[in-house]
Design a protein around this ligand. Structure first.
Ligand SMILES: [Zn+2]
Length: 253
């Protein structure tokens, strides 16, 4: 998988397909899938309702893809002002973006005591255990920056997207990315926002990595991310926690 993505970094001929969404969203017809109100008159907790696509510029919107769990996905990333914009980048478990994404600046990594002669690249870090799933916790950048009920997506919520939706490499408003269409025809767009390493954004418009809230249990230094590329490959990948990745929020029903 990593080889496939490394290959993608050096490919700049992009076979992008048009996506029929206006950059201004002015001509996107609003379609609000309000739940049947009579059904909600019971004493159960009212369910959240969503749109089938981003309807206007009052982001974020809850998008209903018709998923079995009722999970609604946000129309845009944290820190983004439009569905095709990259937004902010976070190290896993941190709630503020920053300038340098390296182990030295990662809040939840501690440098092992080493001989000062060891070069920085060979030094070992011990990664603090902040939980196997940080969704909705104090380490969740979505919960910290957006109002409830938004939170980071879990591994299972990615798997639900994978199992129920079609994924197609697309082009939206000068940005490449993946259009994910649910069983009800609702869709969201993940821009290929690349990744911040050190103080450099790499792979933008070629690959996308998005944090999930789930730690890789076999390797404390890694957390799961959604990953996709221009070859229409989409999967999960354990990524170094200190890296800067965007986040696409969800809310549960
Ligand atoms: Zn929106």
């Amino acid at each position: 998988m990593r080889n496939i993505f490394l290959t993608s970094f050096v490919r700049f001929i992009i076979a992008a397909m048009p996506i029929f969404v206006s950059c201004s969203n002015d001509d996107v017809e609003m379609e609000n899938n309000q739940q049947n109100t009579k059904q909600e008159e019971s004493d159960t907790i009212p369910k959240l309702s969503g749109y089938k696509e981003c309807p206007d510029e009052n982001h974020p919107h809850m998008i209903d893809l018709g998923l079995p769990s009722g999970t609604l996905w946000a129309c845009c990333n944290v820190g983004s002002s439009a569905p095709w914009k990259f937004g902010s980048y976070y190290a896993w478990g941190e709630i503020q973006p920053k300038q340098y994404y390296v182990p030295e600046t990662y809040r939840y990594a501690i440098l092992e005591e080493v001989d000062v002669k060891v070069s920085p690249t060979e030094r070992n870090y011990i990664y603090t255990n902040i939980g196997s799933d940080i969704a909705g916790t104090e380490y969740d950048a979505v919960t910290a920056n957006w109002d409830k009920p938004w939170h980071m997506p879990t591994y299972d919520q990615f798997q639900e997207l994978e199992d129920n939706c079609s994924w197609e490499w697309q082009f939206m408003c000068l940005e490449n990315g993946i259009k994910v269409t649910g069983p009800n025809g609702g869709f969201i767009f993940f821009p290929a926002a690349g990744v911040f390493l050190n103080n450099r954004l790499i792979g933008d418009n070629v690959v996308g990595y998005y944090w999930l809230s789930s730690l890789c249990v076999s390797a404390q230094q890694l957390a799961y991310s959604i990953c996709f590329n221009e070859e229409n490959v989409h999967n999960t990948l354990g990524y170094n926690r200190y890296s800067g990745l965007p986040i696409r929020p969800v809310c549960n029903n």
